[in-house]
Design a binder for this molecule. Structure first.
Ligand SMILES: C[S@@+](CC[C@H](N)C(=O)[O-])C[C@H]1O[C@@H](n2cnc3c(N)ncnc32)[C@H](O)[C@@H]1O
Length: 262
């Protein structure tokens, strides 16, 4: 009797230890955090609520943010994603690096690869000068529809054009179909294995001019090693790294800025 209760106690102790270890890993380790947030927790909540996380983010914004106020929309998304459910928006900390880059360049034509719910699109659009435009590319129709509503609610729809489809198909259409001459600023924030092929495609399509700026998110977590190798060893680009943290986490991340030298 005494022996079986000690075994049970030991098992409970081991399980508690493993749980504690997992919680620490989720806070500090990018891969563990992404597995927990994006696969386990999100799938369970979607099943229980019969609704996607992105729809829940939109509903929270519609109920709590101020219509026509981009900063209120951004703050409300940040509040939801830091307190309730993690999501892959660029977030506030790296958002400030994005803001600073846009303010420095004062771009007329911006391309964003990876719209998701429209958080970074709203962040960029609110800083654009009169007449400037942002083209943002998203291949997931559900995310594109959420982003459209989010962007309209923030009141920046006149500056933003959501292009639905894969980046590798949209980029070659930019000149003719969307009347782009060259891009002043490109924000790369789609799947990381597309960063270098799409950077090559932008050059092949003559969409970069001397001084065009690329800013790539998540170059450490989840990481874009191929892109970093390509861009840092390419004499046509001058690179700067901005260390930061993964959105809404203590996990190390960074953004990479690359100025095209022509
Ligand atoms: C990290 S999220 C973008 C977050 C967004 N920039 C923000 O900060 O609010 C990446 C998005 O890119 C989209 N995506 C990934 N690869 C893509 C591709 N090749 N073409 C178009 N969209 C892509 C995904 O569906 C996802 O919505």
């Amino acid at each position: 009797m005494l022996e079986s209760s000690s075994v049970l106690l030991f098992i409970v102790f081991v399980l508690l230890f493993l749980l504690l270890l997992f919680v620490v890993l989720v806070r500090k380790n990018g891969t563990a955090a992404l597995i927990w947030n994006e696969i386990i927790r999100e799938k369970i909540t979607n099943f229980i609520m019969n609704q996607s996380k992105e729809q829940r983010i939109l509903n929270f914004v519609l109920q709590n943010a101020v219509r026509g106020d981009p900063c209120s929309v951004m703050d409300t998304i940040d509040k939801y994603c830091s307190q309730k459910e993690w999501a892959m928006n660029v977030g506030c900390e790296k958002g400030l690096i994005l803001d600073k880059t846009v303010e420095e360049i004062k771009p007329s034509v911006v391309l964003e690869l990876g719209t998701y719910c429209g958080y970074s699109a709203i962040r960029i659009a609110r800083l654009l000068k009169a007449g400037a435009r942002l083209l943002t590319v998203e291949f997931n129709p559900e995310f594109a529809a959420i982003a459209k509503q989010m962007i309209e609610f923030a009141g920046v729809q006149d500056k933003v054009n959501i292009l639905e489809g894969p980046s590798e198909e949209i980029i070659p259409q930019l000149k003719k179909k969307y009347e782009v001459d060259t891009l002043d600023f490109v924000f790369l924030d789609h799947w990381k294995d597309r960063y270098s092929p799409d950077t090559i495609l932008l050059q092949e399509c003559n969409l970069l001019r001397k001084g065009s700026v690329l800013l790539a998110d998540n170059v450490i977590c989840p990481g874009a090693p191929e892109f970093l190798k390509y861009i840092r060893n390419n004499p046509s680009f001058q690179c700067t790294n901005y260390p930061a943290h993964l959105e809404y986490m203590e996990v190390q991340d960074a953004m990479e800025k690359a100025v095209f030298l022509g």
